[in-house]
Ligand binder design. Structure first.
Ligand code: S3P
Length: 165
């Protein structure tokens, strides 16, 4: 069994995933990190040099690989849900937990970061709203959804522990 964290950028998948894996004595893996190691380029560089479509293809392969693991907490990239096959693969051996947050809170959390190619735009607030709207039905396919807007990392971890008990 794996626990898969999905959800929009800035909802806390990485920090929650790391903490949760420690508490549950499970392994931890992040598909974005995996891709960066494989391609030997940061995600924003992969987008810039090869385009989003290329990234999505490598992401699909990474998801297929991690789906076969066992006893892992897996953090996934925010756009993984765009492909039905990714969700199907991950569901085979895992519980899908989606982290959400309000667009305002997401903006606050990512405002000072520069490594997210899709939000490298003059109007990141509008972009966040648009992408969230588009992806909402896809994120809803998770087994559980946790709104992290007013929660810290420990509180989210606690909620997940309760859900999977
Ligand atoms: C993306 C989210 C990013 C990363 C890439 C695309 C997206 O991951 O995979 O920049 O489409 O939402 P995080 O959600 O970990 O930031």
């Amino acid at each position: 069994m794996n626990i898969i964290l999905l959800g929009f950028m800035g909802t806390g998948k990485t920090s929650v995933g790391k903490k949760l894996s420690g508490k549950l004595s499970m392994h931890y893996i992040d598909t974005d990190e995996m891709i960066e190691k494989e391609v030997k380029l940061e995600i924003w560089r992969i987008f810039a040099e090869f385009g989003e479509q290329y990234f999505r293809e490598i992401e699909k392969k990474a998801i297929e690989k991690v789906s076969k693991l066992d006893n892992y907490v897996i953090s996934t990239g925010g756009g993984m849900v765009l492909f039905e096959e990714n969700i199907k693969n991950l569901k085979k051996h895992g519980k899908l937990i989606c982290l959400t947050a309000s667009p305002e809170e997401i903006y606050k959390r990512i405002e000072k970061e520069t490594h997210r190619p899709l939000l490298k735009t003059p109007d990141a607030k509008t972009k966040i709203r648009e992408l969230l709207k588009l992806r909402a039905p896809l994120y809803a396919k998770a087994d559980h959804i946790i709104d992290t807007t007013n929660l810290n990392v420990d509180e989210v971890v606690e909620k997940i522990e309760k859900l999977i008990r």
